[in-house]
Design a binder for this molecule. Structure first.
Ligand SMILES: *Cc1c(COP(=O)(O)O)cnc(C)c1O
Length: 470
């Protein structure tokens, strides 16, 4: 068979340098592909080892080479080393995009579950850093020199903030609710209003959590009206808990009625536990539409659970506060052992709780409390630096998010970028080293300034300049 002659292209020789080669057979074409090891020695590929690990990078390079083998077969041509390296880098970058990285939140949702909920304060992160890179007295009583109670100071701080006798911390609020129901309502009945049988975010459905904890759901009332009598009439000798659930991501308006925690506490027989899944972890009374945890405790709830990484503004965790005997019972349930938190969560939560007690607030709450004037100053800095007629500053609203104040919005501003291809431009902003997450509004991109820190303005400026110059 007469040998086919293929185009001359560069190849990498055994010393890693580019050569010019001539290929005559398909076998030679395949053989012209660089070795995996040769590619791995290229600077442009080696830099990815620290970003995604060497073994993952090796797999990506192998898969890319396999792709070129198929392309040689279908296109019957040689590929230059530059082309191959370029393709490897694109594939490595695609993997890197899946790694956790900082993003800039221009969505106008301050506590955004998809964006990691609340940002922690840099100060608490630093403080916790010292603890996490050394041994700690996590479960060791320094005065007696004996084994101590895990995270006892964290729970002391929580109790103080919520006005409760006792507290317990687990991995998240879903775990907190599950632990409470498993401990106190297994094979018993739990009464929940039909207006509170909610689904929160990805897959937390109250009826499902109840069922998997072994409790039997007893629904009372209607979608819009549930009265105290509805609760009282549903009580049987199998009733263990009345569960009130924060609606979190929707609002009930119009002709509605529901008994407050105080009314329920006043009317329920003493052997029935009143449990509130407060959800958001709002601790102060200045957030419109939210009942702080301490109010539920003061009004007579036996146990209240909430997330630590929503409005409380700390690390992912689930807090339970309330009656001392009940909390002690939770802490000795075998399930608790599967949900307890380690030193990382405890140390970060402690730092946030101390900030709350000192009235320092959290970054998320600071965003929620910023004035439109402060946002306008950031907006004008960006507009001034980018100087483009396609940009303008427009009025918009922001929300606290994170399952709190579903019906309330706060005034905010957005940078509007007029665009013929807004979806594509939004994608360009997302694919930057520090991705910028925006919303697409008809014919424009909106960069809501509500959750933008002033020190992030420079990154936004560079991104907009690059986009507009492209
Ligand atoms: C958010 C939320 C949960 C789930 O909390 P996680 O910390 O995400 O597990 C449960 N109940 C309510 C009412 C919530 O708002």
């Amino acid at each position: 068979m007469a040998p086919a002659v293929f185009k001359t292209v560069g190849c990498i020789n055994s010393s890693g340098r580019f050569d010019s080669c001539l290929f005559r057979t398909m076998n030679e074409l395949y053989a012209s592909l660089p070795q995996v090891e040769t590619l791995l020695q290229q600077d442009r590929i080696e830099v990815w080892f620290s970003r995604i690990s060497r073994p993952v990078a090796v797999d990506v390079v192998r898969e890319t080479l396999q792709l070129f083998r198929s392309r040689i077969e279908s296109e019957q041509r040689a590929f230059s080393p530059e082309e191959i390296i370029e393709e490897c880098v694109a594939a490595l970058d695609a993997v890197y995009q899946r790694r956790l990285k900082p993003v800039i939140n221009c969505t106008g949702v301050i506590i955004h579950t998809n964006l990691g909920r609340a940002p922690l304060s840099a100060k608490s992160w630093q403080e916790a850093g010292r603890l996490n890179t050394s041994y700690t007295n996590l479960e060791f009583d320094l005065s007696s020199g004996k084994r101590g109670k895990r995270s006892s100071f964290t729970t002391e701080l929580l109790s103080r903030l919520c006005g409760s006798e006792s507290a317990l911390v687990v991995n998240n609020n879903a775990a907190a609710v599950f632990l409470i129901l498993s401990t106190f309502a297994r094979r018993k009945e739990v009464i929940v209003s039909r207006s509170e049988l909610v689904q929160i975010g990805g897959g937390f459905r109250i009826p499902d959590i109840l069922a998997s904890s072994g409790a039997k759901l007893v629904e009372v009332g209607t979608t819009n009206i549930t009265t105290i009598d509805d609760y009282l009439e549903a009580i049987t000798d199998r009733t263990a808990v009345v569960l009130k659930v924060h609606r979190s991501n929707f609002a009930l308006r119009g002709f509605t009625e529901e008994p407050s925690t105080r009314t329920l506490a006043a009317h329920l027989p003493p052997n029935i536990l009143l449990v509130v899944d407060q959800g958001s972890g709002v601790l102060s009374s200045d957030i419109k539409g939210e009942t702080p945890v301490s109010s539920h405790i003061r009004d007579g709830a036996h146990l209240v659970s909430f997330s630590a990484d929503k409005a409380l503004g700390s690390v992912q965790g689930g807090c339970i506060v309330g009656n001392g005997d009940l909390v002690a019972k939770l802490a000795t349930h075998p399930l608790y052992r599967t949900m307890r938190v380690g030193k990382t969560v405890s140390s970060l939560l402690e730092a946030s709780l101390i900030d709350h007690l000192n009235g320092v607030g959290t970054p998320a709450l600071a965003f929620a409390r910023r004035s439109v004037e402060e946002l306008a100053a950031i907006g004008h800095t960006i507009l001034g630096a980018v100087a483009s007629s396609r940009l303008s500053l427009v009025e918009e609203t922001m929300t606290l998010g994170g399952g709190s104040t579903p019906d309330e919005s706060l005034p905010s501003l957005a940078i509007r970028l007029a665009s013929a291809k807004p979806n594509r431009d939004a994608q360009v902003l997302r694919s930057r080293e520090v991705p910028i997450i925006t919303t697409v509004v008809k014919g424009a991109i909106h960069l809501n300034l509500g959750a933008l820190a002033p020190e992030e303005a420079g990154t936004v400026i560079s991104a907009l300049k690059d986009l507009l110059e492209a």
